[in-house]
Design a protein around this ligand. Sequence first.
Ligand SMILES: *[C@@H]1O[C@H](CO)[C@@H](O)[C@H](O)[C@H]1NC(C)=O
Ligand SMILES: *[C@@H]1O[C@H](CO)[C@@H](O)[C@H](O)[C@H]1NC(C)=O
Ligand SMILES: *[C@@H]1O[C@H](CO)[C@@H](O)[C@H](O)[C@H]1NC(C)=O
Ligand SMILES: *[C@@H]1O[C@H](CO)[C@@H](O)[C@H](O)[C@H]1NC(C)=O
Length: 435
Amino acid sequence: MRSPITLIPLLAVALSSAQTGPQCDVTKEPGVKYFDIRLPETEVPQDLTTYICQAQRIPLPMDVSYHAVAFEPLIVNKNIMHHMIVFGCTNPFSEDPHDCKDADFKCRHFLVQWSMGIPGQICSHPNTGFRLGRDSVQSLSLQIHWDNANLAPGMTDSSGVRVYYTSRLRQHDASNIQVGQNDLQIPPGVAGFAQSGSCSSNCTQKWLKEPLYLTRAHIHMHYTGDGGLLELFRDGQKIATIINVTAFDYNKPPAHYFPGPVQVLPGDSLKLTCFFNTRDGDKYRNQTIYWNEGSDGEMCYAFITYFPRVPNFDQCLQFDVYDICAPVGDLVGGCNIYGFTRAFGNVLADSILTHCGGPSRNQSLGHSLVQRDTDNIHLEGLCSRKCQQAIHQMTDHPCMENRLGLLMRRVYLPTYSIWETVRVTIDAASKYCAD
Ligand SMILES: *[C@@H]1O[C@H](CO)[C@@H](O)[C@H](O)[C@H]1NC(C)=O
Ligand SMILES: *[C@@H]1O[C@H](CO)[C@@H](O)[C@H](O)[C@H]1NC(C)=O
Ligand SMILES: *[C@@H]1O[C@H](CO)[C@@H](O)[C@H](O)[C@H]1NC(C)=O
Ligand SMILES: *[C@@H]1O[C@H](CO)[C@@H](O)[C@H](O)[C@H]1NC(C)=O
């Protein structure tokens, strides 16, 4: 017999998208029960993109171990639902619904990712489950992405996820890993435009002590996503096509189950290639599209379920050619993005403006160049050794190289008003001063 445990009053009748899609046999097994993690009825802002987060303690005795064995999306407002993720957190805490903040990303262990249009329940592979309870996940953090494309007023939502669990533990702990590319740049008016990112050989070598078995996956892209390919490589040779989706539809992304699980050995790599179309029909775009959390930006990820669980091995991505497979906050290609951005605001910009301009910062060359007062170029200051050193201190940094450097210039540095002056100074130095 199932005993539903609900954390919050159900304010609306949930429309289960599972009514039509695949059902998990395991939910009918004796001893399998469920609880829900759902928003209370919450107002949907009139914004294109909203990420709403909420955390709940698991409403079960936490001195016992459980396995979550199936998940069922409970969709109340289909009009604005884009995706939901449930993260597991080892510390017990609760938080009312709020706009997601950095702090919400402290629970990186994700249990389930669901995108609008994936039909049915999400079943775990036989003999596996996601561990909850004692010495493990104590609370769940629900992240919902609302896409209010029409900026409609007065909408509410109380969607969430039903978690089926059992205290009869399975043989293996399951987990999920996100594979893909964080650096996307898709020009306007193209079709079949490929962008790819891998969980590299170096990363699997570093993280895996034994083989992994992949049991389920789906590809996550936004509106201009057109197709996706997930491939397995060993010793540089392709050994399997795991997923090959053509005619990808954002509203109906297919889920893929691997009943005979796909074995991944330490040193193997998993390569995801996403194909984008900005040329045809509704997908037509007249501007370059970059990676962006909003549904007006793009993504290229595969969410893959595997066993046995490797603690903290939740993300295995790339930014450009750089691996991101270490705990959050580590270096990407020798660059700590936030540390470098802070250093720019605290010292690097100041040092360049001080050494490259006139006697005071106000008279710095950058300012006069910005004002197109190019006759006043103070080449002596600009090309002085101290100025060159100050510039190189910034531009030789790994954060300023390759596509990371472009990301810095496009996204992070422009948040400082002084960047424009610094940029012009750097560009002038490279133009007018012999190296
Ligand atoms: C893999 O790791 C080795 C040793 O740390 C390093 O020399 C090599 O550059 C790495 N390969 C890639 C593609 O990052
Ligand atoms: C993916 O499927 C398409 C259409 O069936 C096919 O043309 C293509 O060769 C496949 N790609 C791979 C790598 O299997
Ligand atoms: C690009 O598309 C947007 C929205 O579809 C439109 O408002 C804008 O005028 C277009 N710009 C050009 C240069 O065609
Ligand atoms: C430099 O700028 C600061 C602030 O904008 C101003 O207070 C100061 O008087 C200026 N100094 C000179 C020499 O123009």
